[in-house]
Design a protein around this ligand. Structure first.
Ligand SMILES: [Mg+2]
Length: 253
């Protein structure tokens, strides 16, 4: 994996003082871990699309505050098995969810492009933050397990502050923690709406990390397909202000 330009010859991009990163599916390869957990539970991950659909439905209920995280996890597992005609009582659903969660946590891994990217950003003199939607303890445990506990100047978690992405207030909270104006901060994440566009609406430079090459016809923000492309974007585009400046964002809408 090649990271250009060389951080030692290109220190902090002018005008950009910090980079915020989403955690799940941006730093953590969560799909791989979730598929591993499904295989542990079922012997196969062929039901992955169903798991994704059920997760989207139930995670939304958690983010709106309708249910707590642990309850959501058990009810999601219950709904998943119900989709295949198996009705689980609460205790059995909780048992299977505990087994699934343990298997998933054992499988937590960073994407290969994360460590080189974080090292480049740090070498460039940029402050770093995580901005993520989930319970605070859960996300901090994840960062610790991934060896990232000491990498960030700020960790801003929806569960701690009661505000979730794409609400602009969570991005502004991150900027306050970094003691920087939004215009000097980049946010990178795998969700076009919740991450990149949400950050842009809050006045940050939103960048969409489209790892899977999803259709992005409506993407009005700079897009990268891996974190190995981030240094180039920061130096080449953000410094020049051609891809991500406020004028560009306004013009693209
Ligand atoms: Mg994510």
């Amino acid at each position: 994996m090649t990271f250009a330009p060389d951080a030692s010859r290109n220190p902090a991009p002018a005008g950009i003082k910090a980079v915020c990163l989403d955690l799940d599916e941006t730093l953590l390869d969560g799909e791989r871990a979730s598929r591993t957990a499904l295989r542990e539970l079922l012997g196969t991950d062929r039901a992955w699309p169903v798991w994704q659909r059920v997760t989207d439905q139930h995670y939304a209920r958690y983010l709106t505050g309708e249910v707590g995280f642990d309850t959501m996890c058990v009810e999601r597992t219950q709904a998943f098995f119900a989709a295949f005609g198996e009705t689980l009582g609460g205790a059995e659903a909780a048992r299977r969810e505990a087994r699934r969660m343990a298997a998933m946590q054992r499988a937590w891994r960073l994407f290969d492009d994360v460590r080189p990217c974080l090292d480049w950003l740090a070498a460039s003199g940029l402050k770093l933050a995580v901005v993520t939607n989930a319970p605070g303890d859960y996300q901090r445990a994840k960062l610790g397990a991934l060896g990232l506990a000491a990498d960030f100047d700020a960790v801003v978690v929806s569960g701690d502050i009661g505000i979730a992405k794409p609400d602009p207030r969570i991005f502004r909270a991150a900027c306050e923690r970094l003691d920087l104006p939004p215009g000097e901060v980049v946010h990178v994440g795998d969700r076009l709406g919740a991450d990149a566009q949400g950050a842009a609406r809050a006045g940050l430079h939103g960048v969409w990390l489209n790892r899977n090459g999803e259709p992005g016809e409506n993407a009005d923000v700079p897009t990268i397909t891996g974190l190995d492309e981030l240094p180039e974007l920061l130096v080449a585009d953000l410094v020049l202000g051609t891809a991500c400046g406020p004028d560009h964002l306004l013009a693209a809408r």
